[in-house]
Design a protein around this ligand. Sequence first.
Ligand code: SF4
Ligand code: SF4
Length: 302
Amino acid sequence: MATMSRKRRSRRRSWSQVIRRVTQAAFALFILAVSVRHALLEGTTTTASIDALCPFGGLETLWRFLSEGTYVPKTHTSNLVLGLGLLLGTLISGAAFCGWICPFGTLQDALTWLRTKLRLPEVQVPSQLDRWLRYGRFVTLALVLYMTASTVKLWFANYDPYRTIFGLGWLFEFNMAEHWPAYLVAIVILALSFFIPRFWCKYICPLGGVLSLLGHFSLLRIRRNASSCKSCTLCETLCPVGLPVASANPRVSTNCIGCLACVDTCPRHGALEVQLAPAWLDGLRSLAHRLHHPSTTKEVTP
Ligand code: SF4
Ligand code: SF4
């Protein structure tokens, strides 16, 4: 019976992860197709570049749009629309964009897959160092916003490994003398991501930093039910961004990219669930409880 149920779980697991992989691949191929079309048809007709399809570009150009009604060069209304769409999506499901859509996240997952196929070891970052390194995303974010505002250019485009790789400039207009910093950054990030899963997402991506902050307000969160959990840590072994899921109390961190690998893997029914459980809802519940029971000081357990 237990074996049957495990089989059923694993079938469910593979299907949800297959759907995620197909979704990731579809978005990555779409972006590559946009870049190929842009490179081949530029000058003959109007074609979108991947700059115009980047939701982070919406944030980079937002200050200029609000203050002067114009855009930072290479950004368009499309960046603002996509940025707004991502904001709304994050308020619903946290940073699922990173786990399901972002092509650079997909590429890093592919590198991890390749490393495991080659049976090469993962480099373990000590937990204390890992905690500090995650602040790197906010350093990048502050630097990018400052430099974009002061140069009035898409400053980050010269270093962004996502743009370097998926923009296909290295294929259609290779120029070592001019673009060597971008190539160097991309190669270093790819090498690090090969040995440390989602290195870029965890430590450097400025968009990831923004989404993890917004994630505090998201409606859907994964919660661990301590009474059902048997502390086997199986969930943690599959988490691509190395979160301490087995000790989540009760919500997993807002650094979660919503891949659902932990939920699908957990052998205990109900131990990990996606719930409508924003932190502020718990605050409201607690407040309502106190108003209805003014004599009791005990907090409502979320
Ligand atoms: S896999 Fe499930 S039971 Fe095991 S530690 Fe994680 S939440 Fe707990
Ligand atoms: S906590 Fe779970 S859903 Fe979030 S990134 Fe880790 S494995 Fe994926």
